[in-house]
Write a protein that binds this ligand. Structure first.
Ligand code: FAD
Ligand code: FES
Length: 1329
């Protein structure tokens, strides 16, 4: 039942839904037939599934953005749900939000776009005049695939600025924000402002597009709903709730479902009876004598009320309220806060992330510390009948104070099963109070350590009278540092107290080195550091009261609360003078952008269900290395909906597979070699049934030795894939002898999860004849998929067609590893002769597919006093995982980039791909290049530090020049490194910035700034194929071997064809990539330009024949074969003269190089390790850009993905090879706040590249490494911090530079009190793989 287009009344709709399980998430679009709402993680962590829910609330009628993946359909009783399709469409009219995000180049792969649109839309429905801070808050819960994926303008720019940066809209007057985007085009020598989009083209809002709240939903009623396994009861009154609770004492109360939903999905917990108290008036009340919140008030409501209270109350009453508000800012994203309740958070008594450390959020600690009262009603005092007695209700609530006894154990509270919470009271008072939360990422992340601290003093003195110090993340529940606090009573607030407190805390807040969650040294140091911040904060207040000495001016920044500055950006590009109709080089909008913004763009899993279609779920290994003794499917076989189990014996062709080397199995038959190794699959009528049955399959194993998880394990066992490559030039021995100095060092660089928002997906459809099968796959490698499916099915490749419409991101993750799913799905479809579908859940995808190779590099470098490097020896070890996959080529590329952009006479490099028991690691944007270059930047940084020279001076001195030769004997022509370098220095105002940073560091002890400028040189070479059809009606169909994953390849292809054929782009169309039209193609990587070259070769010769007449003067009657033949043309291109031989160090490795330079400035908090990206300038040589909007998008997105790689993203494995980080809850990619506050991207002017189409260059992969400038800026800041402790010279900093690593490297008096445990004396929770 729908109200208008795609606004649903789920309460009515659900009753006709065939499978009304509690767990059926709204984000599962197949059952509604709507494709716009995407499922990216199913755990509330990515925002792709954002919809707007409107409900009529007695007190608070309003619209909310929510994560529909966590919204059970029953919870939407009497709500109106607006999905992205409901606000606009391409065929009808786009909503202004959709139009702006599309036209300002805000959508690339498009998978996250509908969620971002809906977050913005919901904000504007509530608040037509939002401030920038409101907009930033609205996007906290959206993962911006475009910053992490193909690039494009980070949503900060598209979402926050571009969307809002255009003339007033009558309905949304707040949209008059002006952007700081400066775009420059150069026609001849005259610089003219040339925006990347024209705001004048935007349509005004059509008020008829705004859907009103359906009046019939204004009176919520009770709901009783029986699903397959769950009874959902929504009472309408407190009496009913109490009665139901008495009748079902084990019933689970669910409000936001952000906790229970996660438990049910990821821990397979089942709550057969759910009570939903959302609408009960008593649980939604808010009182203002002190603040009392009803138990069902959402965190958003809490925040709004607190803000009002803070604005109206005297300051001495608002300390706690402000602290709670500050903590709320960093609690999850807005979508979660809109539904999650304060009470649930308190009663959970732990942080939801499965393996998170924190026991409790600071908010609860606040409550602990300041006698907050919880009112509890016990249902046992009431008769167990559905008609409740008010008398019993009047018996009164139990009131408990939230002290340290509230949590008797992990995930337990003092509530009895029959009790429910009614309200929570937050006191107005308390003078000296602070709360802290430290997490890996500032926004939307679970804490590592939290703390709430309070102190009161004897009247008019600084002598401690009472004190409470509580910590989350240091034990299974919130703990009070009682011993320390009591030891400080009666002491004067001053240095001696600080000393005593820290010494005592170091003893009291201990952790076993194997403690779950790891980071033990860091967590311990944090307890002291946070206390120190509290100490200084209180000292400042006491000083203001005249009872204590002032805090040193350079220490004050330790007391400041972080607030993000409003971002600004500048993009600079050049458009050459050319005729108006020629679109090449112009910032043309991504061709699918509008469809992506309205949710109409079709991805693999959006393909409508086939009538007899089945769903597949994988059975995977729980052991890293073991022999399979038996696989028992008997229980699964008889479970509801199960059709079959697929095992190795069901493979009709070959079970041997592998994208580059045949060293893998489609389904493990005898042994498993990693956790997540695919053993089989269950096929059932629904995904839920398949999933449930897969977990019922029992596999018994015999453990095998050795279990090799880490690079160090592999070195110990000499477990390497062969051959071991060596690349050398000159005589390193002689070089080291000549050198004035020689230093040695090492660096480890962690892996990276691709985190494409669309997980791997395949639909396999047997055609019923001659073994034919059609597959729809989310893959970068259709031809490889075709070949491996054919091999597994035992049919020739000509029976298998692989089709790819578009992907929601790839980054190399779907270059080869997508085949491990598509082959299994194909085998299942072949066995059953029915279509079979599988889209992996995020956790499954992360478990089975592998990611970027972790690298460990050892180096020895010889250099002169000037800083000139004369000799280099590097050894790389990569963690390749349990199969070869592409590891060999990745190691080769690491060797090719081991000198990054520096000319070194004598070089020797060797690379060992380590064979381990992890899922096979694979291609990832940069393909080994970033790993090789990071090691290079590490040694050049060491050289500068050891000589005490500015790092930029040493880097510049060693930079390649025109005509220099690489270690692999390639002469560098048309080199633009020096131009990029100089322009970057100038644009970033490097000198002034350096001076300002040094000045800042002199004036600040506990926060430091750092600055770094880093170059990149990235080799390009690849093959491509293309096909052009011209139809007699004058329309043109392009097909090519490349796949669209958001990078805008199809758009560039159309631009190229348009110029070649001299026709408008409107005449040209691309439908999909298919192996039946362009065969035998290479996978799509970051080299769009190569594909465009192919399109050029195809289309260009057609120009000048008869086709322009046909296109411009269509003749449907044209049938003569002679005429038609030239209207079809294909080409297959291979870069000429390529081929390098490691044995002889001869041949050309690359066709050309893409160059770039970035300068970044950061600020670190030395006490917590948090870092803020203040500024980045990027100058990138992309030749003559084919499309500056898309290319700048690639640069920005690649850069931010690199920021994730080098500063944030950490895959955590247990010593047994189990991956802990299997979703956005634990694995954090950059959020909006990680984008540099001030970002300038400039495409180098007048730098045509003769080696590629229309003088352009490849741009997809090269910019990623430039984020190393952030890493080395952090290192620079740490250097300044260490100098305060008298430490100087090179030091090791591994990647990513997480808050943990930063804090540990900023050695000071507090870290010294918490030394790490000796390696080898304990088994860590997680290992460095
Ligand atoms: C993406 C994401 C991010 C998150 N980020 C954070 C974070 O930054 N910090 C953090 O601490 N936590 C975080 N969490 C976890 C968070 O604490 C919970 O999700 C939230 O507070 C639970 O609220 P809810 O209403 O959704 O709970 P529900 O899932 O509806 O219920 C949670 C529990 O509370 C009980 N309950 C609810 N109401 C009552 C009542 N009236 N009486 C008795 N029991 C009741 C329920 O029975 C259940 O046991 C995050 C969760 C997600 C999914
Ligand atoms: S799919 Fe719902 S937040 Fe990711």
């Amino acid at each position: 039942h729908r109200c208008g287009p795609n606004v649903l009344y789920p309460s009515v709709y659900a009753s006709s839904f065939h499978d009304p399980q509690y767990q059926k998430p709204l984000a599962d679009d197949q059952w509604l037939g709507l494709t716009g709402t995407k499922l990216g993680c199913a755990e509330g962590g990515c925002g792709a599934c954002t919809v707007m829910i409107s409900k009529y609330h007695p007190h608070l009628g309003r619209h909310h953005s929510v994560n529909s993946c966590l919204a059970p359909v029953c919870s939407l009783h009497h709500c109106a749900v607006t999905t992205v399709e409901g606000i606009g469409s391409v065929a009808g009219k786009l909503h202004p939000v959709q139009e702006r995000i599309a036209m300002s180049h805000g959508s690339q792969c498009g998978f996250c776009t509908p969620g971002i649109v809906m977050s913005m839309y919901a904000l504007l429905r509530n608040n037509p005049t939002p401030r920038m801070v409101d907009i930033e808050e609205a996007f906290q819960g959206n993962t911006d695939t475009h910053q992490h994926t193909q690039g494009t303008f980070t949503v900060r720019f598209i979402g926050l600025q571009n969307v809002c940066s255009f003339p007033k809209c009558s309905r949304y007057p707040g949209w008059e924000f002006q952007v700081n985007v400066l775009t420059v085009c150069c026609q001849g020598n005259i610089l003219l402002p040339a925006p990347l989009y024209n705001p004048a083209d935007f349509q005004p809002l059509d008020p008829t597009q705004e859907i009103i709240f359906p009046p019939e939903l204004m009176s919520p009623t009770r709901l009783s709903f029986m699903g397959e396994r769950v009874l959902w009861l929504q009472p309408a009154s407190l009496d009913e709730l109490l009665d139901l609770k008495a009748r079902y004492p084990n019933a689970k109360l669910v409000v936001g479902n952000t906790e229970v939903g996660i438990e049910m999905k990821f821990k397979n917990l089942l709550y057969p009876v759910i009570l939903a108290p959302s609408y009960i008036p008593e649980l939604n009340t808010i009182e203002h004598t002190d603040l009392v919140f009803g138990a069902s008030c959402s965190l958003t409501v809490l925040g709004d009320v607190l803000k009002t209270a803070v604005a109206s109350l005297p300051t001495h009453q608002t300390g706690v309220l402000i602290a709670v508000l500050e903590q709320l800012r960093w609690f999850a994203g807005l979508q979660i806060r809109n539904v999650a309740v304060f009470f649930s958070m308190l009663t959970c008594s732990f942080c939801t992330s499965t393996h998170a450390l924190s026991v409790s959020l600071s908010i609860s600690l606040i409550i602990c510390l300041y006698p907050s009262s919880l009112s509890l009603f016990s249902a046992s005092r009431f008769p167990c009948s559905f008609s409740l007695s008010l008398l019993d209700f009047l018996a009164g609530p139990r009131v408990v104070v939230m002290d340290e006894n509230f949590f008797p154990g992990y995930r337990r509270t003092i509530l009895t099963p029959e009790e429910i919470l009614l309200s929570v009271l937050i006191p107005y008072t308390v003078k000296y109070f602070a709360a802290y939360k430290q997490s890996p990422r500032r926004e939307d992340d679970i804490s590592i350590v939290t703390s709430g601290m309070s102190v009161t003093f004897a009247e008019g003195t600084a002598v401690v009278k009472e004190m409470a110090l509580s910590y989350g993340g240091m034990a299974a529940t919130t703990v009070l540092a009682k011993y320390t606090a009591s030891g400080l009573l009666g002491k004067q607030w001053g240095e001696e107290l600080l000393q005593d407190a820290c010494a005592s805390l170091a003893k009291e807040m201990t952790l076993h080195p194997s403690a779950p969650g790891g980071m033990v040294t860091y967590r311990r140091a944090l307890t002291l550091s946070l206390f120190y911040k509290f100490y200084l904060t209180v000292q400042r207040k006491l000083a203001a009261e005249g009872v204590c000495v002032e805090v040193r001016a350079d220490y004050v920044s330790a007391t400041e609360i972080y607030h993000q500055n409003t971002a600004s950006s500048v993009q600079i590009f050049q458009v050459k003078g050319q005729k108006e109709e020629d679109v090449v080089g112009r910032p043309m909008m991504h061709l699918s952008a509008m469809k992506q913004a309205t949710g109409e763009a079709i991805y693999c899993d959006d393909i409508p269900l086939y009538e007899n279609e089945l769903h597949l779920c994988l059975i995977t290994s729980t052991k890293a290395h073991a022999r399979i003794l038996s696989i028992d499917t008997s229980e699964a076989d008889v479970m509801p909906g199960v059709v079959t189990c697929v095992l190795a014996k069901d493979i009709p062709g070959s079970n041997v597979t592998g994208p580059a080397f045949y060293d893998e199995t489609v389904l493990a038959d005898h042994t498993v070699t990693c956790v997540g190794h695919i053993i089989g699959a269950v096929v059932a009528d629904t995904q839920a049934h398949a999933k449930r049955a897969a977990s019922a399959v029992k596999v018994s194993y015999e453990d095998l030795q050795p279990v090799i998880i880490t690079i160090q394990d592999a070195i110990t066992h000499q477990s390497f894939y062969q051959p071991i490559r060596t690349l050398q030039r000159g005589d390193t021995k002689q070089g080291f002898t000549q050198a004035d100095h020689v230093l040695e060092g090492e660096i480890y660089m962690g892996g990276q999860e691709h985190f494409y928002l669309e997980t791997n997906a395949t639909v396999a459809v047997p055609k019923g004849e001659d073994g034919e099968m059609e597959l729809f796959v989310s893959t970068q490698a259709p031809a490889k998929t075709q070949a491996l499916v054919a091999k597994a099915l035992g049919v020739p490749a000509n029976r298998v067609v692989v089709r790819v419409k578009r992907m929601g991101g790839g980054f190399g993750g779907k270059e080869s590893r997508s085949t491990i799913l598509s082959t299994v799905v194909a085998v299942a479809a072949h066995k059953l002769k029915r279509p079979v579908r599988c889209m992996l859940d995020r956790d499954e995808d992360m478990l089975v597919t592998g990611g970027r190779h972790p690298f460990y590099g050892q180096y020895k470098v010889g250099y002169m006093k000037s800083g000139k490097v004369v000799a280099l020896k590097v050894t790389f070890y990569s963690n390749a995982g349990n199969s070869m996959d592409l590891s060999f080529s990745i190691m080769e590329r690491a060797l090719f980039h081991m000198e990054n952009s520096y000319n070194i006479a004598n070089v020797w490099g060797r690379g060992y791909p380590c064979k381990t028991n992890l899922p096979s690691n694979t291609a990832f944007r940069g393909f080994g290049g970033p790993q090789g270059m990071l090691v290079a930047e590490s040694w050049i940084n060491d050289v500068a530090q050891s000589l005490g020279l500015p790092t930029e001076q040493v880097r510049r001195l060693n930079l390649y020049k025109q005509g220099d030769t690489t270690p692999y004997s390639q002469i560098l022509e048309h080199i633009t490194l020096d131009r990029c370098w100089d322009e970057c220095l100038e644009t970033a105002h490097y000198k002034q910035r350096r001076a300002a940073v040094d000045q800042y560091n002199r004036n600040h002890r506990w926060t430091k700034r750092g600055l770094a400028i880093v170059p990149t040189k990235f080799g390009i070479s690849f093959t491509a194929a293309a096909l052009v059809h011209i139809y007699t009606d004058g329309s043109v169909l392009l097909t090519h071997g490349g796949t669209e994953m958001g990078q805008g390849l199809h758009t560039k292809m159309v631009q190229v064809a348009s110029r070649c054929l001299d026709i408008p782009t409107s005449k040209i169309h691309i439908t999909e990539t298919s192996t039946s039209t362009v065969p035998n193609t290479s996978p799509t990587l970051g080299y769009n330009v190569a594909k465009c070259n192919a399109m050029h070769s195809v289309a260009n010769p057609l120009l000048g024949r008869q086709h322009p007449d046909i296109i411009l003067n269509p003749d449907p009657n044209l049938t003569l074969v002679a005429h038609l033949m030239p209207l079809f043309r294909r080409a297959f291109l291979r870069t000429p003269d390529l081929g390098y031989d490691f044995e002889t160090n001869a041949g050309r490795a690359f066709n050309y190089f893409t160059y770039g330079v970035a300068c970044s400035e950061v600020e670190i908090d030395c006490l917590t390790g948090s870092n803020t990206n203040l500024h980045t300038t990027i100058v990138m040589d992309v030749g003559n850009s084919l499309n500056p909007a898309l290319d700048i998008g690639q640069v920005e997105g690649g850069f931010i993905q690199g920021v994730g790689l080098f500063t944030l993203e950490e895959l955590k494995y247990s010593p047994q090879g189990y991956l802990f980080t299997r979703g956005p809850g634990m694995y954090k990619i950059p959020a909006f706040g990680d984008i540099p506050t001030d970002l300038t991207v400039s495409l180098l002017r007048d730098a045509p590249n003769q080696k590629a189409i229309f003088s352009s260059k490849a741009v997809g992969e090269p910019p990623l490494f430039l984020a190393a400038s952030v890493f080395f800026a952090i290192k620079d800041a740490i250097t300044a911090a260490r100098a305060e402790s008298g430490l100087s010279g090179p030091f090791r900093l591994d990647s990513p530079a997480t808050p943990e690593r930063i804090r540990n490297a900023c050695e000071d008096r507090f870290t010294k009190m918490c030394p790490p445990a000796l390696p080898g004396t304990f088994t860590p929770w997680a290992v460095t793989v």
